[in-house]
Design a protein around this ligand. Structure first.
Ligand code: ADP
Length: 303
């Protein structure tokens, strides 16, 4: 089979500790990570494109080159004069990781500010992936522009996938966060939330409650991820539970959910078998949490 997969959001420059005061530079961000794993798992007949906005600085050029090298399409990316990409740093103190962000004025915040470009990107795709982080970084009017495009896409039969990825720090108020995340779910065909986020911010009493809430909003399918406890699926109202794989030593859980999503979607789009796709997602995510970093290369995924 073949098709066009489009992921929309923000990819940032990542700085991680490399010892002796040195920092290692990388590139990552939730929707980009999912595009990375979708690209690694989908056959070459599928295209995988990333849609965002970047600047015209050397770091933006490097990021585009990095994406192209990974065979992720960059032709749709907006380039904005005088802007730069967002940046985050992974701090390590006594073995504990924490993150510092510089993303308030990143180019990606303007990704929906050119509605024609956005429409062109969405219309060119068969499958559209976005997240709560994509929605959170946009000015309010642009959030509406993006959601309107996404609703149109779903209405004409495209497969729209949403990971709520709830990050309260990125939202100006709890109210706006609740409303907009719910609108994201309503605009989508498939919602892929993490249960711990949904409990913390929507107060869901059970996985069933999370599923019911997104189905009631209008999503057709829900896959709830629950870390080492596995995933629960409601696909076209058929329920299934798929356990996580056993991992000897968890090295770094960064990107567990993003990689699960990318692998799940790649498998599902080819085989239309949701439980088998979730088993594949769990297998890839287990390899990802056994390695350092958000983007584990294809060779290490056993593909
Ligand atoms: P997120 O990163 O979005 O919070 P989860 O923590 O729910 O996502 O993890 C997503 C998937 O990654 C899980 O459904 C599971 O398959 C896998 N996973 C995460 N943590 C572990 C773990 N400790 N052991 C095995 N698999 C894991």
């Amino acid at each position: 089979m073949s098709g066009r997969f489009l992921s929309i959001g923000e990819c940032m420059v990542e700085l991680s500790q490399a010892g002796e005061g040195l920092l290692r530079k990388g590139f990552a961000g939730d929707t980009f990570n999912t595009a990375w794993y979708a690209r690694a798992c989908l056959p070459p007949a599928w295209s995988v494109d990333y849609f965002t906005a970047l600047g015209d600085d050397p770091m933006s050029d490097e990021m585009v080159a990095f994406m192209s090298k990974a065979k992720i399409g960059t032709n749709l990316i907006r380039r904005i004069k005088g802007k730069t990409p967002g940046l985050y740093m992974i701090n390590l103190r006594n073995g504990e990781r924490s993150f510092s962000y510089w993303r308030d004025s990143s180019a990606a915040r303007s990704l929906a500010a050119d509605p024609d470009r956005l429409r062109e990107a969405v219309e060119s795709a068969d499958v559209i992936y976005f997240s709560g982080i994509t929605l959170a970084i946009l000015p309010l009017d642009d959030t509406e522009t993006l959601l309107a495009e996404i609703r149109r896409a779903k209405a004409v039969g495209k497969f729209v996938v949403f990971d709520p990825n709830i990050r309260p720090r990125l939202w100006s108020s709890y109210d706006i966060m609740h409303t907009t995340i719910s609108e994201g779910g309503r605009a989508s065909s498939l919602v892929m939330p993490s249960f711990d986020d949904e409990v913390a911010h929507f107060g869901d009493a059970s996985i069933e409650a999370t599923i019911e809430r997104y189905l009631a909003l209008g999503a057709s399918h829900v896959v709830v991820k629950n870390g080492a406890e596995g995933a629960t699926l409601s696909f076209a109202n058929e329920k299934a539970y798929v356990p996580a794989e056993k991992v000897e030593t968890v090295v770094d859980t960064t990107s567990a959910g993003d990689s699960f999503n990318g692998a799940f979607l790649a498998h599902y789009l080819e085989n239309r078998d949701a439980p088998a796709a979730a088993r594949f997602g769990a297998k890839i995510a287990a390899r990802v949490v056994s390695e350092h970093g958000a983007l584990v290369p294809k060779e290490k995924l056993g593909l």
